[in-house]
Design a binder for this molecule. Structure first.
Ligand code: ADP
Ligand code: ZN
Length: 220
């Protein structure tokens, strides 16, 4: 089962992708997390992508494609994966289709989490994230129970350097110009499952489960 989670920054795709991966027993591959890990470690990849990630620009396609396709070839990914943050433009989507086709595989479904632009801007400004499990805490609407600590795992909360107002605007602009066309690309293939992204994490999660359950490829 190969499922892509598509949506703007702040749509909640990371949280939902992680939950679905756990439910279906699939590996969750999040491109942004892989880049942030590399930056934190200060390795060669991290040095290459730091300036892009921190200013809200897309990392070069060759790099993004390599960073995603490499873990996908691991033995624990042979039954499929949940992709989150990749593909982010048509070139990446086509590269992914080609790589899967070489193994007689294909994307099964694309879960598109739709959220209004106004709501996205609200969610992203001032958001804190758990360093350990990546759970986001929009500072005003849902503060953690213990200050600076994650409710779920007790991890330390931090602010992503690319969650500043100016960079948020940039990331949304990049999303609408580069990534949004993928909605049509997958709709034309009959693979798009559109889900309303407003409401609680649990509500949106139920909508996603319902959308996936209605599909024969999941029911088996
Ligand atoms: P968000 O969806 O909230 O913007 P991500 O964690 O998915 O956050 O991505 C953070 C940053 O990592 C992006 O702004 C971009 O710089 C880089 N990035 C992530 N995935 C890709 C990709 N597939 N191609 C190019 N750059 C990427
Ligand atoms: Zn946590």
């Amino acid at each position: 089962m190969y499922i892509i989670f598509l949506g703007a920054p702040g749509a909640g795709k990371g949280t939902q992708a992680a939950n679905v991966a756990q439910k279906l027993g699939l590996v969750h591959i999040a491109s942004g997390d892989l880049f942030r890990q590399a930056i934190e470690r200060g390795n060669e990849l991290g040095l290459k992508v730091k300036a892009y990630v921190e200013t809200g620009m897309l990392v070069a396609d060759e790099i993004a494609i390599q960073v995603i396709l490499e873990p996908m070839s691991a033995p624990d990914c042979q039954n499929g994966v949940i992709l989150d943050g990749f593909p982010r433009n048509l070139k990446q989507a086509e590269a992914l289709d080609r790589a899967l086709a070489l193994q007689n595989k294909a994307i099964d479904w694309v879960v598109y989490i739709k959220v209004s632009e106004e709501e996205l801007a609200k969610r992203l400004s001032g958001r804190w994230i758990c360093r350990n499990c990546q759970t986001p805490y929009p500072s005003q609407s849902s503060p953690p129970r213990v200050q600076n600590r994650c409710d779920l795992c007790g991890g330390e909360l931090y602010q992503r350097p690319d969650d500043t107002a100016e960079t948020v605007r940039k990331r949304l602009m990049v999303y609408f110009t580069e990534t949004a066309p993928l909605v049509d690309y997958y709709a034309r293939m009959g693979k798009l499952l559109e889900v309303a992204g407003e409401g609680s994490v649990a509500e949106v999660g139920r909508r996603i489960t319902a959308a996936l359950r209605g599909r024969e490829r999941i029911a088996g």
